[in-house]
Design a protein around this ligand. Structure first.
Ligand code: 5GP
Length: 116
């Protein structure tokens, strides 16, 4: 199903695009939670990781190739960064078009706050 990200892919709404090729688009998150916060998305509309099929393998692998390239360009490859993909309600997914968050530029802290 089309989301706001489909409109960004179609250039119907603006975004600060940092990378584009035939399969993948990457743009700055509109509400960054770190000095570097970029969303890397496949151009194909896939709602969640649960909807991935084997034929998506190359395209989804590309997300990591692009992440490494952007991390280097943004100067966080050595300092470190986090790649995050949220899935459904408990994962905190808000936009139902698969996206990889690239977060960096500060110490990001633990993965999750431990339950007491
Ligand atoms: P999720 O919570 O689904 O993993 O992440 C969705 C992300 O998309 C959020 O970090 C949110 O700030 C970002 N986002 C939502 N709408 C837009 C938009 O129109 N433009 C951009 N650049 N980012 C968006």
């Amino acid at each position: 199903m089309a989301t706001i990200f489909s409109k960004i892919i179609a250039k119907e709404i603006p975004a600060d695009i940092v990378y584009e090729d035939d399969l993948v688009l990457a743009f700055k998150d509109i509400q960054p939670i770190a000095p570097v916060h970029i969303l890397i998305i496949p151009k194909k509309e896939i709602a969640t990781v649960n909807d991935v099929i084997e034929a998506d393998e190359v395209m989804l692998g590309r997300l990591f190739i692009v992440a490494a390239k952007i991390a280097k360009e943004q100067g966080v490859d050595e300092s470190g960064y986090r790649l995050m993909v949220n899935v459904n309600h408990d994962g905190g997914q808000e936009v139902f078009h698969i996206h990889m968050h690239l977060l960096g530029g500060r110490r990001l802290g633990p993965m999750l706050v431990k339950k007491k």
